[in-house]
Design a protein around this ligand. Structure first.
Ligand SMILES: [Zn+2]
Ligand SMILES: [Zn+2]
Ligand SMILES: [Zn+2]
Length: 137
């Protein structure tokens, strides 16, 4: 059925289950970041919240998807485009939230280096730009 998602699961050495296939298929199909409720409203209603949560955690831990922080504090996820792995997510790109359609996308734009005062160490940098996207402007 979902060949692309099956192949992806395989290449990340993840066992292929119907739930994993379905959720991954959704990420491949949609071109924007997905929140828990986005996913829940699209997938088979037999799949419970906990399973969705666990699946997303597994995907994130393995480097298939990454977290996208939205302005309202909503956590969304998007597919990783670069070679991310279970040990590290290797991309620091800008995320863009469209105020018209509400979709958040990964942009192929690198986050500028942030100079921190002495004694501060960055662990993670998130940059969310808000505005209107290509489709809406
Ligand atoms: Zn990643
Ligand atoms: Zn838009
Ligand atoms: Zn991203």
């Amino acid at each position: 059925m979902n060949h692309a998602s099956n192949r992806l699961l395989k290449s990340f050495r993840l066992r292929s289950t119907p739930t994993r296939q379905e959720i991954l298929h959704l990420f491949l199909k949609k071109e924007y970041a997905l929140s828990h409720s986005d996913i829940e409203s699209e997938i088979d209603e037999d799949i419970d919240r906990v399973t969705v949560y666990r699946t997303l955690k597994t995907f994130n831990d393995r480097g298939l998807i990454h977290k996208v922080l939205d302005d309202a504090g909503t956590l969304k996820y998007a597919l990783c485009s670069e070679a991310c792995s279970a040990t590290q997510h290797s991309h620091e790109h800008v995320h863009f939230k469209c105020v018209q359609c509400g979709q958040t996308n990964c942009l192929d734009v690198e986050i500028p280096t942030v100079k921190l005062p002495e004694g501060y160490k960055a662990r993670e940098v998130n940059l969310l730009v808000q505005g209107t996207c290509q489709n809406c402007s």
